[in-house]
Design a protein around this ligand. Structure first.
Ligand code: CP
Length: 313
């Protein structure tokens, strides 16, 4: 693999567009960015004079705040708007909203949107670089990158690891981005969830599909739990949350079948007692807050690689 020195695209729309060397480049850059967060003055001038717009049309705590912090640590000028506080509620379209923002000459637009493909649509006419901060049920590339950084930090590598991803797979953009990234990097991925929440065609992506949590967790180096995405469900997918926890909830007992040094991950927000027991979420194998910390470093890396001073236009 030839080492990438820059990203080929001026957008980050999905993991599907990145090759393994670009993924390594982002992770290595994130390691350097993480060091900045340990300094007394947590700020560098890498994006001085650049303007970043955060456009969040869906609720977010981790992604939105970590993008904002990443931008501040890189000295970018930032603006942010949510759907509820914008003229979207007066009927303005996404395209018109973005054309309006582009008239103010931003360099990067970070977009979270409930429609799959919204960032791709913007990339067809925007002059700014577009960063996908989660689009519908499609992709959440910076989440997968921060997950990969967390795994690499803890395990020293990605290739050859066994990663189990468990939960509501049908509605999860985190699943999709993680499967794409981890399989590109040589990870053995098992996915597990109820049949009613299992999307078609997952096996074609090179993952092992199982409906048994014990099978998914057996000897796993990493167990990644995903939330039930009630906001994307139309109708009944499960008999009850109690039955879901019994069959698919991660407890200390079930985690005993994993590798002894297993790490437990969750992108958040968590539903304690639904997909994960609090004893596990807050336990010694959990790296959930490391994921949050690494979110800032990864987003600094992405913004720097897309809009940093030494990037050739
Ligand atoms: N993991 C994640 O995307 O969390 P938020 O919805 O809080 O941003």
């Amino acid at each position: 693999m030839t080492a990438a020195v820059r990203l080929r695209s001026r957008h980050l729309l999905g993991i599907s567009d990145l090759d393994p060397s670009e993924i390594e480049l982002i992770l290595d850059t994130a390691v350097a960015m993480k060091e900045i967060g340990t300094r007394t003055i947590k700020k560098v001038p890498a994006l001085r004079g650049r303007t970043v717009v955060n456009l969040f049309f869906e609720a977010s705590t981790r992604t939105r705040l970590s993008f904002e912090l990443a931008e501040k640590r890189l000295s970018a000028d930032t603006m942010g708007i949510t759907a509820a506080a914008s003229s979207v509620i007066k009927g303005e379209t996404l395209a018109d909203t973005v054309r309006t923002l582009e008239a103010m000459s931003p360099d990067i637009i970070v977009l979270r949107h409930p429609s799959s493909g919204a960032p791709h649509l913007l990339s067809t006419f925007c002059h700014s670089g577009i960063v996908n901060a989660g689009d519908g049920m499609h992709e959440h590339p910076t989440q997968a990158l921060l997950d990969a950084l967390t795994i690499r930090e803890r395990k020293g590598r990605l290739a050859g690891l066994k990663v189990a991803i468990v939960g509501d797979l049908m509605h999860s953009r985190v699943l999709r981005s993680n499967v794409l990234l981890l399989t590109k990097m040589g990870v053995e991925v098992r996915v597990c969830g109820p049949r009613t929440l299992m999307p078609l065609g997952l096996s074609a992506l090179g993952v092992h599909v199982t409906y048994s949590l014990d099978e998914a967790v057996k000897d796993a180096d990493v167990v990644m739990m995903l939330r039930l995405q009630h906001e994307r469900m139309n109708g009944m997918f499960l008999p009850s949350l109690r039955e879901y926890f019994t069959l698919f909830g991660l407890t200390r007992e079930r985690l005993k079948h994993a590798a002894p040094d297993v790490i437990v991950m969750h992108p958040g927000p968590m539903n304690r007692g639904v997909e994960i027991d609090s004893v596990v979420a807050d336990g010694p194998r959990s790296v959930i807050l490391d994921q949050v910390a690494n979110g800032v470093a990864v987003r600094m890396a992405v913004l720097y690689l897309l809009a940093g001073e030494d990037v050739t236009p």
